[in-house]
Design a protein around this ligand. Structure first.
Ligand code: ADP
Ligand code: ZN
Length: 500
């Protein structure tokens, strides 16, 4: 399935198509003229690719009130030809596909949360300091809108005592955009911002204003990550200066290591380079598609808890007869990554079916304490995938950590045995494949976390029967023990072969 995205700016329109996973296939840049001469060029690009849905991250102000007749329209703007233009409708009518729309900065923060530097955050900000200043707000697992949408680029700042510059914002004397945007720098110092690198007083003052704004945002939103970018932030000396100002202005009041010693990991450039805007637009399209799909059996999903690791979700679900009812499930995924929405097949974890290399008549199992049972249970070694890790890589790492053993992956057999299968599909959207292989080395459980209580056991067929008969056993563990009971020592993975 292909998705389209538009990063709609005052000077250029970036149009792209991508896969669901966010792999960009083609991108074109069209200068922003009038709607009459710009939109047809954009449409012909998308008509060539026929995406299933389109997302637009746009300059503003834009009407984002879904209940309003003007939803998806650009509102009053200095770009006269675009004022009161039905940007979303233009694409929906011409392409006849679902079209999602939000601000350019909300799109960017979404992409950083899903794929970039703010991954796994439930609250994060994307601040761009460029021609204008904008702030995208991802809050409690969703993009923040309200009366209209946040305009945090125009927050009012305390002027530096030595700064006489009147500001460039036509609306405010002392707002962030008026004092610190690229054009403000150019007007104050008489040269384009990019040519002022060696003037330290320029960046001292700039960091004073950006730092003040970031401090206010931290105090207001309590973000878990602050992504800072835009043309002006391409001055590399500015990041440490802004961080230092923020620490000074917070005055040690916010008690968290990210606001303290680890501020380098808190106020960061994007994880997606120059692409958060366009990838965010792709995600807006993706979400719109899952919201409007006719086969969709739910209206919306809310996260009911705010825990680390695992959360409870509520869904307004539609039954077979079209009637709505309450459905509850748990997930380790964030709100945007719930599979009901994304339909992604990405596994969260994996389990390992490892035979003892020196004697393949033995299977490596764990006897592990599990809190929901308040007891020990027999199960396969397993774990969660870290960012960017394949199931096989995670299996090798987890084996080492949990058992001290070295895992050698078995590469034979049919590929479909390595599909991520679902774990407890009435309870959660989680899935994971089984990784098959041989284990060798010295058993050692020093890599265990404090919350873990694991013993490694090597199980032969007799012990397998005893475990099945007498012990508590995980579902995956039980079925693979049954498989193990029928395996021949000489060809222990024959059951993975396609033929036979
Ligand atoms: P926009 O805000 O229009 O999306 P940008 O984020 O690229 O665009 O910002 C453009 C602004 O950033 C211009 O005012 C320009 O002067 C300034 N700028 C661009 N490159 C640099 C640089 N290397 N250092 C400082 N300022 C820069
Ligand atoms: Zn302003």
């Amino acid at each position: 399935m292909l998705l389209g995205g538009i990063e709609a700016g005052g000077t250029k329109m970036v149009c792209a198509v991508a896969t669901e996973e966010g792999r960009l296939l083609e991108r074109v840049v069209i200068p922003t003229g009038t709607p009459e001469n710009t939109i047809p060029l954009m449409l012909s690009f998308f008509k060539k690719w026929e995406p299933a849905a389109l997302g637009i991250g746009t300059f503003g102000p834009v009407n984002l009130d879904r209940k309003s007749a003007g939803y998806g329209y650009i509102m009053k703007t200095p770009k006269k030809e675009w004022a009161h233009y039905d940007l979303m409708g233009a694409f929906r009518e011409a392409l006849q596909i679902p079209v999602g729309i939000d601000t350019d900065v909300n799109a960017a923060v979404l992409a950083e949360v899903v794929w970039g530097a703010a991954r796994d955050c439930s609250t994060a900000l994307y601040i761009t300091v460029g021609t204008g200043v904008g702030v995208g707000v991802y809050c409690n697992g969703g993009l923040l809108h309200g009366l209209v949408h946040p305009e945090a680029g125009h927050i009012l700042l305390s002027r530096h005592p030595q700064d006489q510059f009147p500001g460039v914002c036509p609306f405010h004397d002392n707002c962030l955009e008026g004092l610190a945007s690229g054009p403000a720098l150019e007007k104050r110092w008489g040269r384009p911002a990019g040519e002022l690198s060696d003037r330290s007083e320029v960046w001292e003052l700039e960091a004073y204003y950006i730092g003040q704004a970031v401090t206010d945002y931290i105090l207001t939103y309590s973000p878990q990550r602050v992504v800072l970018w835009g043309g002006v932030m391409h001055q590399p000396q500015l990041f440490p200066m802004v961080r230092a100002q923020v620490q000074k202005m917070l005055g040690g009041y916010v008690q968290h290591e990210l606001a303290g010693q680890h501020i380098d990991a808190y106020i960061v450039p994007p994880g997606l380079g120059e692409d958060p805007g366009i990838l965010g637009a792709i995600l807006l399209g993706k979400h719109e598609l899952s919201n409007t799909s006719e086969t969709n059996r739910y209206k919306d999903i809310q996260r009911l808890s705010d825990n680390p690791f695992l959360n409870l979700y509520h869904m307004n679900a539609k039954n077979r007869m079209g009637r709505m009812f309450d459905y509850y499930f748990v997930s380790r995924n964030g709100e945007m990554d719930i599979k009901a929405k994304t339909h992604s097949r990405r596994p969260e974890g994996m389990a390992v079916y490892a035979l003892w290399k020196e004697n393949p008549g033995l299977l490596v199992m764990l006897r592990q304490f599990r809190y929901p049972l308040n007891d020990y249970i027999y199960e396969l070694p397993a774990g969660l995938l870290e960012d960017g890790e394949s199931a096989a890589e995670a299996a090798i790492r987890e084996m080492k950590e949990e058992t001290g053993l070295t895992l050698e992956i078995y590469e034979g057999g049919a590929e479909y045995f390595r599909n991520p299968f679902y774990l407890a599909q009435g309870l959660t959207d989680e899935s994971g494949p089984i990784v098959f292989g041989y284990a060798a080395g010295e058993i050692g459980t020093e890599g265990q976390e404090d919350g873990e209580d694991i013993a490694v056991v090597l199980v032969d067929k007799k012990e397998a029967k005893r475990i099945l008969a007498e012990e508590r056993v995980s579902m995956r563990g039980a079925y693979l023990l049954m498989q193990f009971l029928h395996a021949e020592k000489e060809q222990p993975f024959a059951f993975l072969d396609e033929e036979g």
